[in-house]
Ligand binder design. Structure first.
Ligand code: PEP
Ligand code: MN
Length: 337
């Protein structure tokens, strides 16, 4: 059930409703909207009549939510949610581009990439310190040392930093350095990890599991939202299909479909989604055309020398060109970069 508050309802009225909800053994999570606030009531008690809630001061209406993902659903919140990465709101008019190397390799590499992607217009820096590698003998990332370099790159450039967290016991450490926590495709169904990032306040980029349906993807987001962290961005990063000319199949139709299902911002990762640097530029444009709120792009000073994912990585010059080319396209669909 959700309780929609009247526009202009007061803090006291909201607190009163929250107390009542908690008083009947349900969990109350407040979703702030631009026009009105909504209180999501989580739990399986259904025996309190809607009239009881409707009569509380400040309440517009209480209603049951039919979709299995309650808080992520547009039924609950028809207006887009904006999630701040640093000062940049994802889910608003401007499309945000997050860029940087697949892995943090060393301090100089990271800082020079950070400076260049910032100059080109990126609004956040990405870089992996804990890398989820298919091969256990492959480079696993610099770990805490990598996090320190990310924090230094933020100091130097002012860009908020995004990095992946692989396990619940690392959440606190990663959140100490990073501004945004990324949950990778291989961990979309790691419910213990989802709960852990839901219990801390930093924004989370949740990547779609490579074989997850959109409903499973949204239920994974629900794990985070229902723990109290409503700063979630969804990232389409390609799924496994029979096709093997690309590394994964980037499902661009997922973007407008997710926009119908959810109020959360949707970003697209054309780097992992294709595995080929030559396809990153056209698929980024495709993502903007179908309504993505942001892009996550792998960029390196010298992609041929990148320790991980060089084949899908743009050079800093290619990235700069892409940013220029995206602008008129974004404007053509009523957005901007
Ligand atoms: C990444 O962003 O570097 C990454 C490992 O992504 P994914 O989880 O989508 O494979
Ligand atoms: Mn990568």
């Amino acid at each position: 059930m959700i309780i929609v508050m009247k526009p202009g309802s007061s803090r006291e009225e909201i607190d009163h409703v929250v107390k009542k909800v908690e008083g009947v053994g349900l969990k109350a999570v407040l979703l702030h909207g631009t026009e009105r606030n909504v209180i999501a009531c989580l739990g399986d008690k259904r025996d309190i009549a809607q009239d009881f809630w409707n009569a509380l001061p400040g309440v517009e209406k209480a209603m049951p939510i039919l979709s299995p993902y309650k808080m992520a659903s547009r039924e609950v919140k028809p207006t887009n949610t904006e999630v701040l990465l640093g000062k940049f709101p994802f889910g608003a008019k401007k499309i945000g581009v997050i860029a940087g190397p697949c892995a943090v390799e060393n301090k100089n590499q990271l800082i020079s990439i950070a400076q260049r992607v910032k100059e080109a217009g990126a609004v956040a820096l990405r870089g992996g310190a804990f890398k989820p590698r298919t091969n256990p003998y492959a480079f696993q990332g610099l770990m805490e040392e990598g996090l320190e370099y990310l924090a230094e790159a933020r100091e130097k450039t002012g860009l908020p930093v995004v990095t992946e967290v692989l396990s619940p016991e690392h959440v606190q450490m990663v959140a100490k350095y990073a501004d945004v926590l990324q949950i990778g495709t291989r961990n979309m169904g790691n419910f213990v990890l989802l709960k852990a990032v839901g219990e801390q306040p930093k924004p989370v980029i949740l990547k779609r599991g490579m074989s997850a349906t959109l409903e499973e993807f949204l239920l994974a987001a629900e794990y985070i939202l229902s723990r109290g962290n409503t700063n979630v961005l969804l990232c389409e990063r390609g799924i496994r299909t029979f096709e093997n000319h690309t590394r994964f199949t980037l499902s661009l139709s997922a973007v407008p479909q997710l926009k119908q299902f959810t109020h959360l911002p949707i970003i697209v990762d054309p780097s992992h989604g294709t595995g080929k640097s030559s396809l990153v530029n056209p698929m980024s444009k495709g993502a903007v055309a179908v309504g993505a709120d942001g892009l996550l792009i792998e960029v390196h000073i010298d992609p041929e020398k990148a320790l991980i994912d060089g084949a899908q990585t743009l050079s800093t010059e290619e990235f700069k060109r892409l940013m220029k080319e995206l602008k008129p396209l974004a404007q053509a669909v009523g957005r901007d970069v």
